[in-house]
Write a protein that binds this ligand. Structure first.
Ligand code: PLP
Length: 438
């Protein structure tokens, strides 16, 4: 049987190499190695591949399969909706029940007067929508020059032509040469003030930030009040504040949205990933009542922005069921309980290994950093995290190393259904793997 599974793998691997242009992958590595895994099934925190191997998915795939793999109820929700009406347009004044109910549900969950949602298929499209709307808004108000978008160091906002220049993480941003209308700032209030002064507030449309940065290494804001101060600066300078909740949103950080940890209401809140736990592609931007009213007043005729799949019927039905299950099963509470277990595990690793420092955790989002000398924060010449992750794979865990900008970090964002035993297993695999490679 193993032989026949291997044969199946090899047949698919050939086709993969020939025909499948992988996202975010080294061409050379793909052509040399073929697919590492060809996944066929998933259950809870586990994924299974075509050769029968079962592995822990420590990052909920791409920080998105929050409810965990293999939830039949979501398949049933999709099937029921597809049997009735898989898709219908929402352009102009057309609508349907799942999109209406989901928009209302999201309004209930978001803070303040964020009550009005535009839907997309993911994070990048949502950030494009936020930037376009911000520029449109200022233009309609007569501020033609307010076009620039500020984002923070180590931010990740996606890869579309609008979102990639907002992504500060260098390898994603640089190659298309699109940065003119985008500005970057370190995570300090003084630096932000200086930047606005230098550029002139009259040229800046919006500031975008992940409340807790994900792909940049799981970075919390530099202080409790950081976002309150950003909010004030935005208000004083007529700059819109966009919270990118693509990873944080829908309970990942232990509160409903990441920004809830910091007591601030943004002008636009961008979401994707966790809204459907990855069971269907869906994202969106939530606008405040104030912006909604102003946009309505300022616009005669159409607002010419919409995707074919803005508010896809089946994706919305899946999102509604996903959010219902997470609440019904109190998985959102489990995020905090298991987050505490994760932190316990990090502390254990820190005590056991002199190389571990800078541990951080908020909800089920966490990271540990590896240092040659943690007291002076000196890193190894060659980062160790990729080696630890490679070793962890031998122990059947898919880990995520983050090594941009000199960081040597391992990030964790397991599914919300994780148990205490499973958290301990993840930690023990890292423990063993680190010992093996250092
Ligand atoms: N914004 C943030 C904070 C993200 O983490 C991501 C994806 O990881 C995106 C935007 C882009 O989302 P997508 O890949 O769905 O386009």
């Amino acid at each position: 049987e193993t032989e026949s599974l291997q044969k199946q793998y090899e047949e698919l691997a050939e086709l993969d190499k020939k025909h499948f242009f992988h996202p975010s992958t080294s061409f050379k590595q793909q052509q040399a190695d073929g697919p590492g895994f060809i996944f066929t099934e998933g259950k809870g925190i586990y994924l299974k591949d075509i050769r029968g191997r079962e592995v822990i998915d420590s990052l909920s795939s791409l920080w998105n399969v929050n409810i965990g793999h293999g939830r039949e109820e979501l398949a049933v929700a999709a099937m029921e909706q597809m049997k009735k009406l898989a898709y219908s347009s929402t352009f102009a004044t057309n609508s349907h029940e799942p999109v209406i109910r989901l928009a209302a549900k999201i309004a209930e969950m978001t803070p303040g007067d964020l009550n009005y949602t535009f839907f997309t298929c993911g994070g990048s499209e949502s950030n494009d929508t936020a930037f376009k709307t911000a520029r449109y808004y200022w233009k309609m108000k007569g501020y033609e020059k307010k076009t620039k978008i500020i984002s923070r160091g180590k931010s990740y906002h996606g890869v579309s032509l609008g979102a990639s220049p907002a992504t500060e993480l260098f390898p994603f941003r640089d190659f298309p040469g699109l940065s003119q209308e985008h500005l970057y700032v370190d995570s300090s209030i003084d630096a932000l003030k200086e930047l606005i002064e230098r550029e002139g507030a009259e040229t800046i449309a919006a500031i975008i930030s992940e409340p807790v940065q994900g792909s940049g290494g799981v970075n919390l804001p530099p202080s409790e009040d950081f976002f309150k101060e950003v909010r004030e600066i935005c208000d004083q300078n007529d700059i819109l504040f966009i919270a990118d909740e693509v990873i944080n949103g829908f309970y990942r950080t232990g509160t409903t949205f990441g920004i809830d940890n910091f007591g601030v209401v943004p002008d636009m809140l961008v979401f994707a990933k966790g809204v459907t736990s990855g069971y269907a592609p869906l994202g969106g931007v939530v606008f405040t009542d104030r912006l909604k009213e102003e946009l309505t007043e300022l616009t005669e005729g159409n607002f010419y922005h919409g995707y074919t799949y803005s508010g896809h019927n089946t994706a919305c039905a899946v999102a509604l069921k996903n959010l219902e299950l997470i609440e019904q099963e109190k998985l959102n509470e489990n995020v905090n309980q298991m987050g505490a277990e994760l932190l316990k595990g990090f502390k254990y690793l820190e005590q056991t290994h002199d190389e571990i420092g800078n541990i951080r955790q908020i909800g089920l989002l966490g990271a540990i950093e590896i240092f040659k000398d943690r007291d002076t924060k000196t890193t190894f010449e060659e980062p160790l995290a990729p080696k630890v992750v490679e070793e962890a794979l031998k122990h059947n865990m898919i880990g995520r190393a983050i090594i941009y900008e000199g960081q040597d970090t391992i990030a964790f964002a397991p599914p919300f259904c994780i148990t205490k035993d499973e958290v301990e297993k993840m930690i023990s695999i890292i423990d063993t793997s680190l010992t093996a490679v250092k």
